[in-house]
Design a protein around this ligand. Structure first.
Ligand SMILES: Cc1cc2nc3c(=O)[nH]c(=O)nc-3n(C[C@H](O)[C@H](O)[C@H](O)COP(=O)(O)OP(=O)(O)OC[C@H]3O[C@@H](n4cnc5c(N)ncnc54)[C@H](O)[C@@H]3O)c2cc1C
Length: 244
């Protein structure tokens, strides 16, 4: 194959926005058509590249939010008010617009439906995106692997995929930690995630769950420390840092 350009996951492809879903007032799911998409695993991400008229380029990573449907992939972008790329993806990109994308990227922070271990997902903010991709992959594969999700979010209105996660699903338990505002009558005041939240919403270490932690860097480091302090084997704790 010497001298031949082999299309691969690190080739930039031109994707087209074909649909969009407002998840919250500041987050949007983009459905992108990517001709020749090779498929991906739950937990993987793509790199998205924008080029301005003057040639200036900006590139950011976004987790794949669901299993692919043919050439259609989904990402969910949380707008950062002072951000360079996310405000454009949430409010600027229109149906039919092109965007450059490459992937799938990442081979460690992935869940395969063939893995029978119980799964603990711990999300901070938009870190829920690749974890819901795992929930969706579980559902699509029709497997009964026990899942628990601990989802830390500022307020009830900031929850991504709220309707979907509100629907009861056998074998999937979800608990919420609110950091700024709680629903009315919520038993705990707003707080940052701590040992009791991970302990009560997670699995005992003896169950040897596969743990996936995703969110802003500080959140991920704190939760990983908590899991290890609770006795989880660090080799079973996989992390993805979104920055911040
Ligand atoms: C592997 C990977 C997967 C990701 N998946 C997603 C995803 O599914 N959805 C999503 O919305 N984002 C995701 N991100 C984050 C995304 O890549 C961008 O960092 C984010 O959209 C901000 O880009 P921006 O250009 O708007 O902000 P920038 O202009 O890059 O940054 C603006 C300010 O916000 C801070 N900042 C950057 N990221 C964060 C953060 N996550 N939390 C708090 N502050 C932050 C910066 O330090 C800076 O001060 C992912 C990141 C990685 C590395």
């Amino acid at each position: 194959m010497a001298g031949t350009a082999v299309p691969g996951r690190l080739t930039w492809r031109v994707a087209t926005l074909v649909d969009a879903v407002e998840e919250t007032p500041t987050a949007r799911t983009l459905v992108l058509e990517v001709p020749g998409w090779p498929g991906h695993l739950a937990g993987q991400h793509v790199d998205v590249r924008l080029t301005a008229e003057d040639g200036y380029r900006a590139q950011r990573s976004y987790s794949l939010a669901a299993p692919a449907k043919g050439d259609l992939v989904r990402i969910t972008v949380q707008e950062l008010a002072d951000g360079e790329v996310s405000p454009y993806l949430v409010r600027g990109l229109s149906i039919g617009d092109p965007v450059e994308l490459r992937g799938p990227v990442g081979g460690w922070f992935v869940w395969r439906p063939t893995d029978p271990s119980p799964v603990l997902l711990v999300a901070g903010g938009s870190g829920v995106v690749p974890l819901v991709a795992m929930v969706r992959a579980r559902r699509e594969a029709g497997v009964r692997t026990p899942f628990r999700l601990v989802y830390s979010v500022r307020s009830p209105g900031d929850r991504l995929y709220a309707d979907e996660l509100n629907r009861p699903e056998p074998g999937l338990d979800i608990s919420y930690v609110y950091t700024r505002t709680t629903p009315e009558g919520w038993p705990a005041p707003p707080h940052r995630i701590g040992v009791p939240d991970v302990n009560s919403g997670g699995w005992p270490a003896e169950f040897e769950p596969a743990c996936f932690v995703c969110g802003p860097t500080g959140f991920v480091e704190k939760v990983a420390d908590i899991l290890v302090a609770l006795g989880h084997d660090p080799r079973r704790v996989r992390t993805e840092r979104f920055g911040g």
